[in-house]
Write a new protein. Structure first.
Length: 258
């Protein structure tokens, strides 16, 4: 093999490694700066220029501040569409410069029919676990998270120190953001079941949720819901995924230790 071929293989290897790199979960400042080139190009037939950002809450602090400067003095004939499921994670200064349009969820019957048309098995389960959002349900159903989710939910059904440590070790390479979201929904179901007898996200775990709801006080659930909301704000970049998960599950287990 010639030296040039070896170099080519090495270069191809680098390209392959780069191509398989996990996409960033943040919208970074370089991406916001790159919009300048797009905004300087003339539009077709003097039409509107549209910039879509989704999910808008993925803007990191530097990117959000850079975008704010653009929103303060927007270019002519330019429209920014910021789509978000978590308005509380956007800077108040950005929100104050935007008009807000709330989009309602589709009816459950419509969402189920659409998911079934897409060939999604267990559409009712996926739709419930995603809070009635059909696109999110389709995305999760087509991923490989079912086994991980079930392991995690079975752990939540049997809270305890030993179980928390084993689960943290087993799932330490799983996306922490997903684990936090699943716990948040689980706690909401316990809270809702205790107050109204209703379950929104995990109806297939009604028996386990009912048993837990009988063991915990409302005020403790409220504190736990606030704590998990705070964790979600930093779940993108935990210093140690395993320690983060351990701490989260030990806090959860403490709700039922009395």
């Amino acid at each position: 093999m010639a030296e040039g071929e070896e170099a080519g293989e090495a270069a191809d290897g680098k390209k392959s490694a780069k191509a398989t790199k996990t996409p960033s979960k943040e919208i970074k400042i370089d991406q916001i700066r790159a919009l300048a080139d797009f905004m300087n190009v003339s539009t077709h037939r003097q039409g509107m220029r549209v910039i879509l950002m989704y999910p808008a809450e993925a803007l990191n602090t530097a990117a959000a501040n850079a975008l704010l400067k653009t929103l303060e003095e927007p270019p002519p004939n330019t429209m920014f569409l910021l789509v978000s499921n978590s308005l509380e994670r956007l800077l108040p200064t950005i929100l104050s410069r935007c008009r807000k349009f709330a989009l309602a969820m589709p009816l459950q019957e419509e969402a189920l029919a659409w998911l079934q048309q897409q060939g999604v098995d267990d559409a009712d389960i996926w739709l419930a676990e995603q809070g009635g959002a059909p696109l999110a349900a389709q995305g999760v159903a087509q991923s490989e998270v079912r086994e991980t989710m079930d392991d995690f939910l079975r752990s939540l059904a049997k809270p305890g120190v030993e179980n928390a440590l084993k689960t943290a070790e087993k799932l330490q390479k799983s996306p922490v953001v997903d684990l936090v979201a699943w716990l948040q929904r689980w706690l909401y179901d316990v809270f809702s079941l205790k107050l109204s007898g209703r379950i929104r996200y995990y109806p297939r775990y009604r028996k386990e949720l009912t048993a837990l709801a009988q063991q915990v006080q409302v005020e403790d659930l409220l504190r736990a819901l606030k704590a998990v909301k705070d964790r979600r704000a930093v779940a993108e970049h935990p210093l140690s995924a395993r320690l983060f998960i351990e701490d989260m599950l030990l806090d959860y287990a403490s709700l039922f230790s009395a």
